[in-house]
Design a protein around this ligand. Structure first.
Ligand SMILES: NC(=O)c1ccc[n+]([C@@H]2O[C@H](COP(=O)([O-])OP(=O)(O)OC[C@H]3O[C@@H](n4cnc5c(N)ncnc54)[C@H](O)[C@@H]3O)[C@@H](O)[C@H]2O)c1
Length: 389
């Protein structure tokens, strides 16, 4: 790719930091934006990552020492419109990669205050980004991280963002209907609607990446020096089921799928996230186009994930047990699931599979840091419907 100015929103996060290093290593001019709100939320809900993470300033310094490359940093809140406007005027990005949102379904379901915080943070932040693009960089390409959870689990095939509907003899191309499972996922649906509108009315160019659940602790860049690693959450609020299961196996406590475990989801390796974002950047949306890619490589049920972790642990001499627990969420536990995901493979994505990393770069790494595991933060604390309601 010719050298571009790449602005990464949420650059201190699990995906944002590895993305910043990835684009910087390829020779692009990279700037990151973050207000460290995730670190504050982690402290508030007792959900710190397994391996402590240096500050963003320190990571940028380590990166410069390791590679000679500079990453610029803007500290501030995306929900503050003047702050966002200033960054766009100052940096004038060609590509914006937007990860800067509250990313947890359980966090968004903790009560009225956390729901508001999630939706205001996410929806207002994205509105500020599109207004700033319109004013300062109308030709830039926004790559926005959405989620496969926007669709929910409908009893029909899930298309890539759009569907052609024939109704009473007339036909139109509409956004695919959404049936999300939390106020967090709803914030992403609201973002998608706002983005489609901005493309249609203002002529912006946007790629909405409806991403599956990401796993993996390492990328080529995180391995370049100590301190460049990214966050690994295994708690009930910010951790994913796979991460929790891996940590449970290592800690010698039962692996606990929620409910029957027949819930199916799309998954992808963190190195594929980086490649997908790069492919989107290499092949930008056209002016006025709101393009949606379903971004995952494999589908597993939660029960299958538990079995995979159990058998990978057995290969390492660990005898893990599986114990199904009451599902704190309101969701279908047995359902049809057939999402289309053709666009990214067509652009050149070659998937890395879960089976390639589960033992060596997940379980082995967790074993190295076994002493840091806090077993108290794994079991679910947030119910979708509380007993008193
Ligand atoms: N990790 C996954 O499995 C996954 C799956 C699907 C979609 N996504 C989406 O991808 C994006 C990145 O996910 P992640 O796992 O890296 O999350 P993360 O929480 O690790 O990173 C998000 C970063 O954005 C920052 N941020 C949030 N609100 C901000 C604001 N108002 N101003 C400035 N900075 C702000 C946070 O401080 C954090 O550093 C999120 O939008 C998430 O919803 C993630």
């Amino acid at each position: 790719m010719v050298k571009k100015k790449v602005l990464i929103l949420g650059g201190d996060g699990y995906l944002g930091w590895p993305t910043a290093m990835y684009f910087s290593r390829k020779g692009h001019d990279v700037a990151v934006v973050d207000n460290f709100i995730k670190r504050q939320w982690e402290a508030e809900v007792e959900a710190e990552p397994l391996i402590p993470i240096p500050s963003l300033q320190q990571r940028i310094r380590i990166w410069k020492q390791a590679t000679g490359k500079k990453i610029r940093m803007y500290v501030g809140n995306l929900a503050h419109e003047r702050f966002v406007a200033r960054i766009f005027r100052d940096f004038k990005p060609d590509v914006i990669i937007h990860y800067g949102e509250q990313p947890s379904a359980p966090f968004s379901m903790m009560g009225n205050e956390r729901t508001n915080e999630t939706q205001i943070n996410n929806v207002v932040g994205t509105l500020n980004v599109i207004y700033s693009m319109k004013r300062s960089t109308p030709e830039a390409h926004l790559i926005k991280l959405g989620t496969m959870g926007e669709y929910g689990t409908p009893n029909i095939d899930i298309e890539e963002g759009w569907i052609t509907i024939t109704h009473k003899g007339r036909k139109d191309r509409m956004l695919f209907p959404k049936k999300p499972g939390s106020f967090y996922h709803l914030s992403k649906v609201h973002d998608s609607n706002n983005l489609e509108f901005a493309c249609r009315v203002w002529g912006l160019r946007v790629t909405d990446l409806n991403q599956g659940v990401v796993y993996g602790m390492e990328t080529e860049e995180t391995k370049l020096a100590d301190g460049l690693h990214t966050s690994f959450h295994y708690d009930d609020i910010f951790g994913t089921a796979l991460n929790r299961f891996c940590v449970q196996a290592v800690a010698g406590v039962p692996i606990t799928p929620y409910g029957k475990g027949g819930q199916k989801r799309g998954f992808l390796n963190i190195v594929d996230t980086l490649r997908c974002v790069e492919l989107a950047a290499l092949h930008p949306a056209k002016k006025g186009e709101f393009r949606v890619f379903n971004q995952f490589t494999e589908v597993f049920s939660i029960r299958e994930l538990a079995e995979k972790v159990k058998s990978a642990a057995a290969d390492m001499g660990i005898r893990a047990k599986i114990r199904h627990v009451r599902n704190p969420r309101t969701e279908l536990e047995q359902h049809y699931y057939n999402p289309v995901h053709r666009a990214l493979p067509k652009l050149g994505l070659k998937p890395h599979l879960l089976s390639d990393v589960l033992v060596e770069s997940m379980l082995a790494k967790i074993i190295e840091h076994k002493d840091l595991i806090n077993e108290e933060i794994i079991m679910p604390r947030v119910l979708w419907v509380s007993k008193t309601e």
